[in-house]
Unconditional design. Structure first.
Length: 219
């Protein structure tokens, strides 16, 4: 399964007809936050594949479109915020591939008084804990908890920064210890140097910074 993961920045060639040529074989799109709804809607319309996303700390509950409409979600896309979902690749002859199990926890560590998508370490731990019943149900039904955790912020000590706004969440480390996703995909940590580490293997999980986009082949 080929996955196009995105975060934090509108990429010109993706927000253009070229995306159809470049990513015609993509099976799934995952948004890791701080992406405008119009961008996600364009991608899902052109590629016509499932698109799941979480919120970033700069995302607002409502966004204005150029035609004056106010929307509270990216139409044609599915929010993963505190939810579990599944996706399956489909071949040209209509045969579906293996099921991919997903969940998402958006937002970043609280660093100011903005009311949206900022959490203390304890609040994020509570959000992660509330996913446990659905993940246990996955384990009973599919013999595994999860394949991909989609977040905005990184885990504590992995790809995060020294300042409060970019410090990662300790809860994500414990989450990976218990539920063992194959991938944790995040954004939030902007990359300005070519030697920046963007892929880190943590126990059974590959933690990947997808900023601003990354093509991932799920094995």
């Amino acid at each position: 399964m080929k996955i196009l993961a995105l975060s934090d920045e509108v990429v010109d060639f993706i927000y253009s007809p070229r995306i159809k040529e470049q990513y015609a074989d993509v099976d799934l799109v995952l948004g890791c936050g701080d992406l405008p709804f119009y961008y996600l809607e364009f991608i899902v319309t052109v590629l016509n594949v499932p698109l799941f996303y979480v919120a970033g700390n700069h995302d607002k509950p409502s966004q204005y479109l150029s035609d004056g409409r106010i929307i509270s979600r990216a139409e044609g896309c599915e929010s993963l915020e505190g939810m579990t979902a599944s996706a399956r690749a489909r071949s040209p002859d209509g045969v579906t591939g293996p099921r991919l199990l997903l969940t998402g926890l958006g937002g970043c560590l609280r660093y100011n008084q903005e009311p949206y998508h900022q959490y203390t370490q304890g609040e994020m731990a509570g959000r992660a804990l509330r996913l446990a019943p659905a993940l246990l149900a996955n384990r009973l039904r599919y013999r595994r908890y999860l394949d991909i955790l989609v977040t905005h912020a990184p885990p504590r000590g992995i790809h995060d920064g020294a300042d409060q706004a970019h410090t990662g969440f300790e809860a994500f480390l414990r989450f990976m210890d218990v539920f063992k996703p194959r991938f944790l995909l995040h954004g939030h940590a902007h990359i300005y140097r070519r030697d920046t580490v963007t892929v880190t293997h943590y126990k059974t999980t590959d933690v990947i910074n997808v900023y601003p986009y990354r093509l991932i082949e799920y094995p």
